[in-house]
Design a protein around this ligand. Structure first.
Ligand code: PGA
Length: 257
């Protein structure tokens, strides 16, 4: 049985006081929902205060990005050593990082290896653009992103990596992929590629999230799909009530509550 996992990607939102307000509103209600892994991923500057606020809670803490070197003359970057001990996981290769900040399959792979080397659990994002989707290239593109991300990663390491399938055209647009299509791409392409790389037994254990306009209105349909093991949530993770609903519904439809 795969434990469903919902992570809130707060992106470039929330000042420190706002981040604390949100996490304090989430802590109690989310603590009561068992059987679902939950995480929040605030901005770098809010990580330390949010970590403090989360002490004693089962909500995991994640960063949204990091550089792969441990230290050095890399102005503005944050290293795995700085995150180690502060947070549990790190989002790597989000499409916004690929699109606006020049991240490539190669840098994504380096970051994954650096995260693993320092005991940070990566959430690795893949997903096709609207043009690729319309051109019928989703399967080949997403498959190649998965292969490139896992280049040189052992089967043992792969087990601890979460993949988030996020079609770029569904992110922040309000238009999610249909549950059936998200399920198909996750099952056939993402898990299918992982099975080619590591064998079916390991691929079946790996957590694969869907991301892109998950909200209270569509979460039940999405999480009812057997291949979708949770979600990476942007907009709806910024409101405590919405994120709590997403976790509650996931626990219920996955048969855990
Ligand atoms: P969204 O973002 O839920 O706002 O579409 C998802 C993401 O980018 O991870």
């Amino acid at each position: 049985m795969r434990t469903p996992f919902l992570a809130g990607n707060w992106k470039m939102h929330k000042t420190i006081p706002e981040a604390l307000e949100l996490v304090n509103a989430l802590k109690g209600p989310l603590g009561e929902i068992k059987g679902v892994k939950k995480a929040v991923c605030p901005s770098f500057v809010a990580l330390a205060p949010v970590a403090e606020a989360l002490k004693g809670s089962d909500i995991l803490l994640g960063a949204q990005n990091m550089y792969w070197e441990e230290e050095g003359a890399y102005t503005g970057e944050v290293s795995p050593l700085m995150l180690k001990g502060l947070c549990d996981l790190v989002i790597i290769g989000h499409s916004e990082r690929r699109q606006y900040f020049g991240e490539t399959d190669e840098t994504v792979n380096k970051k994954i290896k650096a995260a693993l080397a320092h005991g940070l659990d990566p959430i690795v994002c893949v997903g096709e653009s609207l043009e690729q989707n319309r051109a019928g290239e989703t399967e080949s593109f997403v498959g190649s992103q998965v292969r490139a991300a896992f280049e040189g990663i052992t089967a043992e390491q792969a087990k601890g990596i979460v993949v988030a399938y996020e079609p770029i055209w569904a992110i922040g647009t309000g238009i999610a992929a249909t549950p059936e299509e998200a399920n198909r791409i996750i099952g056939e392409v993402v898990r299918g590629t992982l099975a080619e790389l590591y064998g079916d037994e390991i691929a079946q254990q790996m957590i694969i999230q869907y991301g892109g306009s998950i909200k209270p209105a569509n979460v039940e349909a999405l999480m009812s799909q057997p291949e979708i093991d949770g979600g990476l949530v942007g907009g709806a993770s910024l409101k405590a009530g919405d994120f709590i609903t997403l976790v509650e519904v996931t626990a219920r439809v996955k048969g855990l509550a």
